[in-house]
Design a protein around this ligand. Sequence first.
Ligand SMILES: C=C(O[C@@H]1C=C(C(=O)O)C=C[C@H]1O)C(=O)O
Length: 367
Amino acid sequence: MTEETVSGDQQLLELRNRIDNIDAEIANLISERASCALKVAKVKKATGEDALYYRPEREAQVLRRAMERNSGPLTDEEMARLFREIMSACLALEEPVKVAYLGPEGTFTQQAALKHFGNSAKSRPLAVIDEVFREVEAGAVSYGVVPVENSTEGVINHTLDNFMNSNLSICGEVELRIHHHLMISDVTRPESITRIYSHAQSLAQCRKWLDAHYPNVERVAVSSNADAAKRVKGEWNAAAIAGDMAADLYGLKVLSEKIEDRPDNSTRFLIIGTQQVPESGDDKTSLMVSMRNEPGALHDLLEPFRRYGVDLTRVETRPSQSGNWTYVFFIDFTGHRDTSGVAEALKEVGDGASDLKVLGSYPRGVL
Ligand SMILES: C=C(O[C@@H]1C=C(C(=O)O)C=C[C@H]1O)C(=O)O
C-alpha cells in the first residue's frame, strides 16, 4: 500500500465519522421538530371546531425560508425539497393529508401532488377531473390536484368549467416542468412502430417532433399518458409518449428522451379544497367574473385593477353555461384578497360585474 492510499483511506474514515455524527444530530433535530408539530396539532385541536392541520401559507413560508437561508453547496430547490419531505412527515403525525388527483397512477398530476404534499400524503387516483372535484366536495378527501394550464398548449378548459358548478376554493398551485419521452415495451419492434398513444395534450406538445421523426405514424389520443403507457405493454407495433413516472410504473424502455417541442414546457396545477388560506407574503388570487354583454364592458370591468396597481397574470374566457354567446372570465392576479388595495379593487370590480366569485387566494408555487 502506498502512503497516498493510506492517507486517502484515513481521510475517508474521518469524513465518514463526521457524517455519522452529523446524521445523529440531524436525526435528533428532526425528532424534536416532529414533537413540536405534534404539539401544534394539540393546540389546533384545542381551538376546536374544524381543526385545519394542513396550512398552505405556513408551509410556503417554511419552504421559502429554507431557500433564502441556503448558502450551498446544495441548490435552493434541493434544500427546499428536503424540507418538503420533513414537513410532509411531520404533518402526517398530526393527520396524513388525503389527496385525490387526476389519475391513473403515473400521470404528471400524481407527480404534481407528490411535489406539493410530499411522500407522506395519502393520494388516490381518480379517472376524470369532475370526479376529483366531487370527491373533495363530498369530503372523502381533503384536497384535490388538477391541471389548469400548460405553457405550450394553454388552458385546460375542463378544470375551469368545473368551477362554474362548484363551491370549492383554490388553496394552492404547483408548477411542474413536463418532459415527454417516447417509450416502448420489451416486445415492441422499434422499426415497426405504426401507432403512438398519448393524451391529446401531450401529442400536441410534441407535434413538431412527431412530424419530423414519425410523420406517417398514427397518433392515438387516449385518456392519460399512463393509460398510453399501459396499452403499449404487449403491442409489438406501438409506442407511447409519457413521463418518467409512467415509464417506471409500467417498466417501459425510453427510446427518445425529452421530445417536447419547447424545452421550457411546463404545466400548472391547482390544489382545490374547502379552506380559505391566509396571507403568506407572496400570494396569488383567482376569480371568476361574468358581466353584461356590451361593448367595452371588459375594459370597464378591469379598470379598478389598473387604478389600484393590481398585476393581472392571466385572463381566460369561457362560454357561460347560462346562455349562448355569454362569457365567464377567469382572472388571476398577484396579491391576496385581504391585502389593502386588492380588497378595494375587488369590491369595485364586484360592483360592476353581474357576478363575481373569488375562487381563492393562495401562496405562489414555491418549488
Ligand atoms: C406544524 C404545523 O402544521 C403543519 C405542518 C407544518 C410543518 O411541519 O412545518 C407546517 C404547516 C402545517 O401544514 C403548523 O401549522 O405550524
